[in-house]
Design a protein around this ligand. Structure first.
Ligand SMILES: Cc1cc2nc3c(=O)[nH]c(=O)nc-3n(C[C@H](O)[C@H](O)[C@H](O)COP(=O)(O)OP(=O)(O)OC[C@H]3O[C@@H](n4cnc5c(N)ncnc54)[C@H](O)[C@@H]3O)c2cc1C
Length: 193
C-alpha cells in the first residue's frame, strides 16, 4: 500500500500493476480528488520516453494534456538571455487526474479523504511505500530507521500564480532585500510557459 496519493504514489502503483496485475495495491490520500498544491509541472521528452516505456496509454494522455513551450528566457535586472529549448507543461491537477484514473483502471484501490497518522492499521501489508511528500509522516515516524537528516535552509520561499500568459519559459531573477541579507543569492521567479 502507498501512503499519499501524489504523482509518486500513483505512478508507482501503475508501474507495479503493469508488471504484476495480480498485486493488490491501495493508495491512500488525505485530500479529496481534484485537490492539488501548485499549478504546473514542467517536463521533457526524456520523461515522456520513460512514461511510454512503462505505460503507453497514460503517457499518451499526459502528452495530450500538456502544452508545448519553446524557448527559454532568463532575466536578471536589465539583462535577458534567450535560450533555445523546448519542453512541456501540464497542470498538476490534470496529471493527478490522468494517473488516478489509470491506476483505478488497472485495479488499484485509490482511496481519498483518508489521512494516515499511524502505520499500525497496515500491519497486514507486505510493503508500505512512503509517498507522502516532503513533510512525510511515515518518515517522521521512522526517522531513526531511515537515518533522516533535515536541514532548514535560509532562503525565503513563496509560490505565486498569475493569469498572464508568458510567450517563453521564463526564469526572472529579481534582486530583493533578502538578497542583501543572504549575500549573492537572488529571488527566483520560475514561470511555466
Ligand atoms: C514550487 C514547485 C515547483 C515544482 N515544479 C516541478 C516541475 O516543474 N516538474 C517536476 O517534475 N517537479 C516539480 N516540482 C517537484 C514535484 O512537485 C515533486 O517532486 C512531486 O510533487 C513529488 O511527488 P510525490 O508524489 O512524491 O509527493 P507529493 O506531490 O508531495 O504528494 C504527496 C501526497 O501525499 C499526501 N499526504 C501527505 N501526508 C499524508 C498522510 N499522512 N496521509 C495521507 N496522504 C498524505 C498529500 O496530500 C499529497 O497528495 C516542483 C515542486 C515545487 C515545490
Amino acid at each position: 500500500m502507498c501512503v499519499g496519493g501524489g504523482p509518486g504514489a500513483l505512478y508507482f502503483a501503475i508501474a507495479a500493476k503493469r508488471r504484476d496485475a495480480g498485486l493488490d495495491i491501495t493508495v491512500i490520500e488525505r485530500d479529496p480528488p481534484g485537490t492539488t498544491y501548485g499549478w504546473g509541472v514542467g517536463h521533457g521528452d526524456d520523461l515522456l520516453d520513460h512514461l511510454y516505456r512503462n505505460d503507453p496509454g497514460s503517457a499518451e494522455a499526459v502528452r495530450a494534456a500538456s502544452a508545448l513551450w519553446q524557448d527559454q528566457e532568463v532575466r536578471r535586472g536589465e539583462e535577458t538571455v534567450y535560450l533555445g529549448r523546448y519542453g512541456y507543461s501540464i497542470a498538476r491537477a490534470s496529471l493527478l487526474d490522468i494517473l488516478a484514473r489509470r491506476a483505478a483502471e488497472l485495479g488499484v484501490d485509490v482511496q481519498h479523504r483518508r489521512k494516515v497518522d499511524d502505520l499500525a492499521e497496515f500491519a497486514e501489508a507486505d510493503l508500505i511505500v512512503a509517498c507522502d511528500g516532503a513533510s512525510s509522516r511515515v518518515r517522521q515516524l521512522h526517522g531513526d530507521h531511515f537515518g533522516t537528516r533535515l536541514e532548514v535552509g535560509r532562503n525565503p520561499y513563496i509560490w505565486l500564480g498569475t493569469d498572464k500568459v508568458f510567450p517563453r519559459f521564463t526564469f526572472a531573477f529579481e534582486p530583493t532585500p533578502a538578497d542583501r541579507r543572504a549575500g549573492p543569492r537572488s529571488a527566483r521567479m520560475w514561470v511555466d510557459g
